[in-house]
Design a protein around this ligand. Structure first.
Ligand code: ZN
Ligand code: ZN
Length: 272
């Protein structure tokens, strides 16, 4: 039972939610700027902070529960079925099937589905994922084609929340006559400071690295394992066949919500 709870991600999600609200409660119960504003009747600041925390939790659940781009049907089977109807469309079919200059579509060794280019099987989720980035244990979900942009938005909101919480925790630390009593009086705020500080650093590093990867149209998996990926083996460390310039990459990443046929972009790049 505990194993299935871990696998379904319930524990990690409950843990995240609890941690978020316990630290928020600590900030509201101590003599922080939040509390001082609240006592003065100035509710704007506490309300804004509360809404930011709610937004971060909502975004957390969005990226955690949404389909990251699981492949449910065989791409090739669907393609062949579609083109069987019209025999004169052979030329069109050929143009959609990668030719010898492009690495052939791989069949997944776990779920036996034909993988589109940039897809990878996640053994934790037991699914192939389009434009696979990585499996994130904190959201207990894959980050892929459909939720990658939301993952970055979540990281941004989470970082803002953490930095603001860090400021409020610091504002609540009260002086004392001795180290011992100072430690005793501020123990919960100090624990919150350490926790929020560590999470702030991790979130900032993740946010910067994912923004960088989005700007060059590369995934964490491709960045870490380019030497093992068939379609990247022939490219040097500095070359990326999917890179279309920083602005175009960022626009496509954040603003275009559709399934991209990376095989065509790859072939176009090769033809050039
Ligand atoms: Zn698979
Ligand atoms: Zn996964």
């Amino acid at each position: 039972m505990p194993r299935s709870l871990f696998r379904s991600g319930v524990l990690v999600r409950v843990g995240h939610t609890l941690l978020t609200w316990v630290t928020t409660l600590v900030l509201f119960l101590h003599d922080t700027d939040l509390r001082k504003n609240e006592e003065r009747g100035d509710l704007l600041l506490p309300l804004l902070f509360f809404l930011l925390v709610v937004l971060s939790v909502l975004l957390y659940f969005t990226v955690s529960l949404m389909d990251p781009g699981f492949i449910q049907t065989d791409v090739m089977k669907t393609l062949l079925r579609h083109f069987q109807v019209d025999e004169e469309s052979n030329e069109e079919l050929e143009s959609m099937i990668p030719q010898s200059s492009t690495p052939q579509l791989r069949r997944c060794g776990y779920c036996f589905l034909q993988q589109p280019m940039r897809a990878k099987h996640c053994q934790t989720c037991n699914h192939c994922v389009r434009r696979f980035d990585h499996h994130c244990p904190w959201i207990e979900n894959c980050v892929g084609e459909r939720n990658h942009r939301w993952f970055i938005v979540y990281l941004l909101v989470q970082l803002l929340t953490l930095l603001w919480a860090l400021h409020f925790a610091l504002s609540g630390i009260s002086p004392s006559n001795s180290w011992e009593s100072w430690f005793r009086v501020n123990i919960f705020l100090l624990a919150t400071l350490v926790l929020v500080g560590v999470f702030s650093v991790v979130t900032a590093v993740l946010l910067c690295s994912h923004l960088y990867l989005a700007s060059i149209n590369c995934t964490t998996w491709e960045f870490m394992s380019s030497h093992r990926i068939s379609y990247l083996k022939n490219y040097g460390d500095e070359e990326n066949p999917f890179d279309q310039g920083v602005l175009c990459n960022l626009w496509d990443f954040f603003c275009v919500c559709r399934t991209v046929a990376w095989e065509h972009i790859y072939r176009q790049k090769q033809d050039h």
